[in-house]
Design a protein around this ligand. Structure first.
Ligand code: SF4
Length: 692
């Protein structure tokens, strides 16, 4: 139990004395708020924009709690962010901690544990099977995409040795590109032999990692969500059972959820088990593991154990999803067409599908006879508050952090939490970026809702006219975010030749792995990345690596997206919104902020944001779009200048960050320096500032 006064004093004192810290007022305000609300317990939320230093605030609070022996869990959205927090930001924080204030033993005992889900650890049982198979010669293994790799006995032995510590996952022993071997040797819940496995009790890395408790547990939303929704056959879990399932999470009293906008929609998620069962069965059917794992008896035992769980749920008034049969038809089509499945396993998979289909039908008949079950899907309302209370009963305080949160009433309803405090902090970058960011909305672009074809043609012409010129002047990287995969491909196809001819490199999402795209983009200054919505988050390219973000249109959610429809229905039914468009606009504001936020990650970043959508000007005010990247409407550019003038504008923005800056090839001394916006206005007026 925390001594709250001491906790608060420690946290603020540590923050105020951190070495080499570029202290920010908004960051300290956030920490003060956090340590003030912890004593009340329950749920709180804070919107803190990029650059406000949320991670450091969480680490300081977690460390202050550790000084009193209280453990904390931080859950980030993705594995990349999780690794960044553990391997980079944690170390930076520890280096800065003032030694005079903190006993050395407290500092040395502060360790993190990474919970990343079973697939990030090696399965010793699979290694055994592979080692036996590789007894006389090297082994060729294939994954579900028919990619192959060779494994030697030495390599298998190396994997076993390096997995000795549960803290190490596969990421630390296998190359990022070694996807095939990773898929073959990684542990998986579905293929785990459970009690049959001799490693289960003492040496299975995945289980050891999950069982350890750490002063600071760093996990991701997927893992946490898995723990929260896992159900047992028993109606009431014993503490031991909960502990064994939740592992390191179970010991924490404080929970911080970063990138917490992803939890919106938790309450309206269907509580049926379709997705779990589909995923389970699919991974068995298409498993890229050696034959013993894909045997029928194994499949049979899995389905039987599922039947028990379904039956017990039914007894507790829950329903069984009957849509699973449809999934079998789809899988059969995929297997027969030969896509996404190795020919090595095709025969096996077809037999397994047939067998599974029969078993599920049998199960459904049995359930109907016994209980008059109709097979309908029922959707209970979920609540994150209830789930955390139930699965992680030791957690007494939970804080959501995000760069973009919707209104409090919407977020509270969508997560199923009663928020006792909800604050929005301003960005420390707001003042710094005013003169280094330009927002450009070409007003002659056709409206994408009224003339979609005309808009696409305009977008392609726009990109061809401006991007190659921009690249040839070595002004930095370009991120072009498209609203659909189809449009992304069309734009990339149209651009590639001109970008290469101007000395640049064109990267297209889907043509290479995400990590390779990130590495290439960071190492090549003249990169153009054409991507879809998934690059709106988790894409960090500070400095000159990214200086121009282009959105093909305003990022409204798709009205036919099943998740959007489900969330809108949920909020409408409860009277939280009046019509679907309210949710659309709320999502639009968040997504636009996220997308534009790719540009400004640090104090010294500069560049331009372009939205090729004239509705931003005509209807933007009505939709609450009064500023983009801290630039107010009055400062937005709306003209369509010749490409060389656009290049000059960008050069002047770049110069705004330094003491001297280059304008059309001339160096302008400090005494002659004008504010970039003033210069831009002059460039826009050919009589005031002639440009060749
Ligand atoms: S317990 Fe499961 S995951 Fe762990 S080594 Fe055994 S089979 Fe693999």
């Amino acid at each position: 139990m925390l001594d709250f006064d001491l906790f608060k004093r420690n946290a603020l004192e540590i923050y105020d004395n951190l070495q080499d810290l570029d202290a920010r007022k908004s960051q300290r305000d956030m920490l003060s708020w956090l340590v003030d609300v912890v004593p009340f317990g329950g749920f709180v939320a804070a919107e803190a924009p990029t650059g406000s230093g949320k991670s450091l605030v969480m680490l300081v609070a977690a460390f202050a709690a550790h000084l009193q022996g209280v453990a904390t869990t931080i859950a980030t959205h993705s594995l990349v962010l999780q690794n960044q927090l553990a391997r980079k930001e944690f170390g930076n924080f520890v280096r800065r901690v003032p030694r005079k204030l903190v006993p050395e033993d407290k500092l040395s005992s502060w360790k993190w544990g990474l919970l990343t889900g079973m697939s990030h650890y090696v399965c010793f049982r699979k290694l055994d099977i592979l080692s036996d198979a590789a007894c006389y010669s090297d082994l060729v293994v294939a994954d579900s995409k028919e990619r192959m790799t060779i494994v030697t006995r030495e390599r298998l032995a190396y994997l076993r040795r390096s997995e000795a510590s549960p803290l190490k996952g596969l990421d630390s022993v296998l190359d990022r590109d070694d996807d095939v071997l990773r898929g073959v040797v990684s542990a998986s819940r579905t293929l785990c032999a459970g009690k049959e496995c001799i490693y289960r009790k003492n040496s299975c890395p995945a289980r050891l990692a999950a069982r350890c408790t750490y002063p600071l547990t760093i996990t991701n939303h997927g893992y946490l969500n898995g723990v929260l929704k896992r159900e047992s056959v028993d109606t009431v879990d014993t503490v031991e059972k909960k502990e064994s399932r939740a592992g390191g999470l179970f010991g924490s009293e404080i929970l911080f959820l970063d990138e917490a906008h992803h939890w919106a929609g938790y309450s309206s998620e269907p509580s049926s088990d379709r997705s779990i069962e589909e995923a389970d069965l699919k991974s068995i059917l298409f498993s890229p593991v050696p034959a013993p794992f894909s045997g029928h008896s194994f499949l049979e035992s899995i389905i039987e154990s599922r039947m028990n769980i379904w039956e017990s749920r039914l007894k507790r008034g829950k329903c069984v999803d009957d849509k699973i049969s449809r999934a079998f038809d789809t899988w059969e089509r995929i297997v027969k067409s030969g896509r996404n499945i190795s020919s090595l396993w095709r025969e096996d998979a077809l037999q397994n599908i047939e067998k599974s289909r029969g078993m599920v039908e049998k199960m459904r008949r049995a359930l109907k006879e016994n209980t008059n079950h109709t097979g309908a899907v029922c959707e209970d309302e979920k609540s994150l508050e209830r789930s955390i209370e139930n699965k992680l009963p030791r957690v007494r305080f939970t804080a959501f952090f995000s760069a973009t949160l919707p209104e409090k009433r919407i977020y509270s309803a969508e997560t199923g939490t009663s928020l006792s405090s909800f604050l929005r902090f301003s960005s420390p970058l707001r003042e710094d970026t005013k003169t280094r960011v330009s927002v450009w909305i070409p007003q002659d672009a056709p409206s994408p809702s009224e003339d979609p074809e005309g808009h696409e043609a305009y977008l392609i012409d726009f990109c061809l006219e401006y991007i190659p010129d921009f690249i040839s002047h070595n002004l930095g990287g370009v991120l072009l975010l498209c609203s659909s995969l189809k449009r992304k491909s069309a734009v990339a196809r149209a651009l590639i030749r001109d970008v290469v001819a101007s000395g640049g490199i064109l990267l297209e999402q889907g043509k290479m792995s995400r990590s390779s795209i990130l590495t290439t983009f960071a190492s090549m200054k003249r990169s153009v990345l054409v991507a879809s919505s998934s690059f709106r988050e988790g894409f960090d390219a500070p400095g000159d690596n990214l200086t121009w973000v282009i959105l093909d249109k305003l990022p409204f959610p798709r009205p036919d997206d099943p998740e959007f429809k489900r969330r809108a229905r949920f909020l409408l039914d409860r009277g939280i919104i009046e019509n679907k468009f309210d949710l659309s606009v709320s999502e639009l504001r968040e997504t636009l902020r996220q997308s534009a936020g790719r540009l400004i990650r640090t104090k010294s970043d500069w560049g331009a944001v372009t939205v090729v959508d004239s509705r931003t000007l005509s209807r933007g005010h009505q939709w609450g779009l009064d500023e983009i990247s801290f630039v107010p409407r009055e400062k937005w550019r709306v003209d369509s200048p010749p490409p060389d003038v656009w290049v000059l504008r960008m050069k002047s923005l770049k110069g705004g960050a330094g003491r001297k800056f280059e304008l059309g090839g001339d160096l302008v001394e400090d005494s002659d320096r004008r504010e970039p916006f003033e210069i831009l206005d002059m460039i826009g007026n050919p009589f005031a500032f002639p440009v060749d």
